[in-house]
Design a protein. Structure first.
Length: 231
């Protein structure tokens, strides 16, 4: 079974022997890989839609895993019992939806020991949520696939609230500390894009353009601050 880069990256963050719930499992590829390669002890594949869950069921049969992966129709963490698993994977969806899933069933969220998250937007808000709710980011990764950048976060509970610098919330404390190559490529691109926007706005006297230029300049300054980690 050939997995995408982003799915492989998520799997690499799973601790061997973990009990895992994959939220928004789609075709069930992550649970199948985890079970087939003896990475996870227990795996629950969950999706809010019956169609993808049906495909996941078919794939478990195809790979000889009938009865070894628990498939559940569930809206986020709805059908998960507190302490039933220690690890939750949430990927392939926007940051707003990730945050909704984390806040809808707080008792379940509090029982999880490891979150592996791959939000496709609003990642700064996701990192801020983790910080505010006493989760510490212990590992991150970032992959480039099909013209898009995919950041991944591994977070665990912390007795104390861990706060980060603004550029760390935006671009990732672990990615910056490790001088992650893919993040650097992303920062170079983002800096170039901001420069092009500023060039297009510099000859305009409209008040809206000046406000926008000020915003973009601040964004560029934060990018440069993040790039300083690579010096």
């Amino acid at each position: 079974m050939e997995l995408s880069k982003r799915l492989k990256a998520a799997i690499m963050l799973v601790d061997r022997g973990a009990n895992v719930a994959d939220i928004g499992t789609d075709h069930g590829y992550v649970p199948i890989y985890l079970k087939k390669n003896n990475i996870a002890h227990k795996v629950i594949a969950m999706d809010v839609r019956s169609g993808p869950l049906s495909h996941a069921r078919e794939n478990t049969l195809k790979f000889g895993l009938e009865g070894k992966i628990d498939l559940r129709l569930s809206d986020g963490l709805e059908k998960l019992v507190p302490y039933e698993v220690d690890t939750v994977i949430i990927g392939g969806m926007g940051g707003d939806l990730v945050l909704k899933i984390l806040t809808d069933y707080k008792e379940v969220t509090r029982s999880i020991q490891t979150f592996i998250l791959q939000p496709q937007s609003e990642i700064k808000r996701v990192r801020k949520f983790l910080s505010d709710h006493h989760f510490v980011i212990v590992k991150e990764d970032m992959v480039f696939e099909d013209g898009k950048y995919y950041p991944l976060i591994k977070a665990i509970p912390s007795a104390d609230k861990v706060t980060y610098q603004e550029e760390e919330y935006k671009y990732g404390p672990c990615l910056l500390k490790e001088k992650h190559e893919v993040l650097y490529q992303f920062l170079v691109r983002e800096k170039r894009v901001r420069g092009e926007i500023l060039d297009s706005l510099k000859n305009s006297n409209r008040s809206e353009s000046k406000i926008r230029a000020s915003q973009v300049e601040k964004e560029k300054e934060l990018i440069i601050k993040a790039m300083d980690y690579y010096q």
